[in-house]
Write a protein that binds this ligand. Structure first.
Ligand code: 5RP
Length: 266
């Protein structure tokens, strides 16, 4: 990997720990004003100090985020679908020149292995990897799981390995049983999405299990911004991912933050 690409990647996955807490707030590119992201700027601002990077679209970046922040950006560059149609029918929607203009640290797209438009999303990954390598910008491939796909080690292992083979520099996938097998078969760093909103302790346990079994961190969205204490939740996730705290210790951070906020508002 050339120096520039490594430098950008190390702004996201911290060299000291080999870990990252990415905040995923790109959901609107196909879900619109989803719960918790109705006003993205307002939701994201208090969470920025605890995030190693923000994953979002150019629209939210340009219109809702202070250009004075030094938090690295992972720019969502694929799209072209909505929840009303076939989600796998994505293409590249933002060019690398725009990514450079926005001074991003990485670019990201979804691949739909096994989906109706699998081929076009995998070809898009190859194209984006070429562009990313040309300009030293790391590519994050998101393994989107079609409704009919089983979110198991066999499927996620296949999707993550294909992403790495086609040139992704790191991959976002989901946690599953036998996750270590997914890690073993993928030659680039893996981070996990949180998926649908879980109880806070369950989400923290998932983050703990994932990093304990080889994930380089998380790229969580709904389990943070849909929490009853988003700041408490991202602090707790950070405690696990970046400070190797236990789930109990992290859950206490979440609860203490939530209580303090409630007391302050009382
Ligand atoms: C949406 C995405 C999200 O970035 C990804 O799902 C992570 O967010 P969450 O933790 O809410 O699942 O790629 O398409």
């Amino acid at each position: 990997m050339d120096w520039g690409l490594q430098n950008r990647l190390s702004r996201i996955i911290k060299p000291k720990t080999g870990r990252t807490v990415m905040l995923a707030v790109d959901h609107g590119y196909f879900q619109g004003p989803t719960t918790g992201l109705q006003q993205p700027g307002k939701t994201i601002k208090p969470l920025i100090p605890y995030a190693d990077s923000l994953m979002l679209t150019r629209g939210v970046l340009r219109n809702c985020i202070d250009p004075g922040i030094d938090t690295p950006i992972v720019l969502r560059v694929s799209g072209g679908t909505s929840v009303l149609k076939e989600l796998s029918n994505e293409g590249l929607m933002t060019c690398v020149e725009e990514a450079i203009r926005l001074n991003v640290a990485a670019i990201t797209l979804s691949i739909f292995v096994g989906g109706e438009y699998e081929r076009q999303t995998l070809l898009a990954l190859g194209q984006l990897a070429d562009e990313g390598n040309k300009y030293g910008i790391p590519v994050l491939a998101v393994t989107a799981v079609g409704r009919e796909m089983a979110r198991d080690a066999r499927y996620l292992g296949l999707a993550c390995r294909i992403a790495a083979e086609l040139g992704a520099h790191f991959v976002k996938t989901y946690y599953c049983d036998d996750f270590e097998k997914v890690v073993e078969g993928c030659p680039v760093p893996l981070v996990i999405a949180g998926g649908k909103k879980l109880a806070e302790r369950e989400a923290l346990q998932m983050a703990y299990n994932a990093v304990s079994r080889g994930a380089s961190g998380v790229d969580m969205g709904r389990n943070i911004f849909q929490s009853d204490s988003p700041v408490g939740m991202i602090k707790a996730v950070r405690a696990i991912v970046q400070r190797n705290m236990s789930v109990d210790e992290a859950y206490k951070i979440y609860e203490d933050t939530k209580t303090k906020k409630a007391t302050a508002l009382a």
